[in-house]
Design a binder for this molecule. Structure first.
Ligand SMILES: Nc1ncnc2c1ncn2[C@@H]1O[C@H](COP(=O)(O)OP(=O)(O)O)[C@@H](O)[C@H]1O
Ligand SMILES: [Mg+2]
Length: 225
């Protein structure tokens, strides 16, 4: 479970990005976080990743308190989550296979396990045929699927996506969304940040949280079970 309690984030320059966020996300949920540019969406994501710490309040992530956490424990927190960004963040010199395998190597996975798991995950996202291509040889949608494969390869409890469809065309966006849906059906909690109103509308059977100027102004429960 993820719980934000009275979370305030004020950046060093005085910008008040979050003004008292209270939010509970249960295991297995699919949640959209929508809001205009500058609303505080990415700040929320950075707090979940412990890239930033709250100025006040706390975020509890499956028992980890972000406010009280020691630096040496941050890697353990990060292992519980997969993160996907708008700009993919693939390593350009590495093939698709190696980008995904790398995420397993850094946590010390065994060679044999990597050889078994990476092809499975690549076929799950429909990239088996592109395993030995470099990121630059892929379309935007394919690059995002590669970055999704990397985020999923260590079987995270939840997946955070910050504007994952921001750099890909609408057809590809739907494809990515279908993948997210499928991953959610298999039990992974998904938090998807977006300002794409059309996409949210189309998938509004999921919970939709709207933030405006650092505050939650709407929380629609959705109808999915
Ligand atoms: N590192 C930072 N330092 C100062 N201000 C920041 C920083 N990051 C974001 N902000 C500001 O905080 C507010 C929220 O930003 P952000 O969370 O990135 O919003 P969103 O992702 O919804 O566009 C904006 O006013 C932005 O300019
Ligand atoms: Mg953002």
């Amino acid at each position: 479970m993820i719980e934000f309690t009275d979370v305030v984030k004020i950046y060093d320059n005085g910008t008040k990005a979050l003004r008292g966020i209270n939010l509970k996300i249960e295991d297995g949920e699919f949640v959209f976080i929508r809001g205009a540019s500058g609303a505080g969406k990415s700040t929320l994501v950075k707090l979940l990743m412990h890239e930033e710490v709250p100025t006040n309040g706390d975020v509890n992530i499956n028992g980890f308190s972000v406010a009280k956490m020691r630096h040496k424990d941050v890697p353990y927190l990060r292992r519980t989550m997969g993160v996907v960004f708008q700009d993919f963040r693939l390593i350009p010199q590495m093939t698709v296979y190696d980008n995904v395998a790398f995420a397993m190597r850094v946590i010390g996975a065994k060679h044999q396990e990597i050889r078994r798991r990476v092809p499975y995950i690549l076929s799950l996202v429909g990239l088996a045929k592109k395993a030995h291509n470099l990121p630059e040889e892929l379309s935007g949608g394919e690059q995002q699927r590669a970055s999704l494969a990397r985020a999923l390869v260590n079987a995270p409890a939840f997946l955070i996506a910050d504007e994952p469809t921001g750099n890909i065309d609408p057809d590809m966006s739907v494809e990515i969304m279908e993948l997210f849906d499928e991953i959610n059906r298999q039990g992974t909690t998904i938090i998807m940040v977006t300002h794409d109103a059309t996409l949210v509308e189309r998938y509004s059977y999921h919970r939709v949280i709207t933030i405006e100027a650092g505050e939650i102004v709407e929380d629609l429960p959705g109808s999915s079970v």
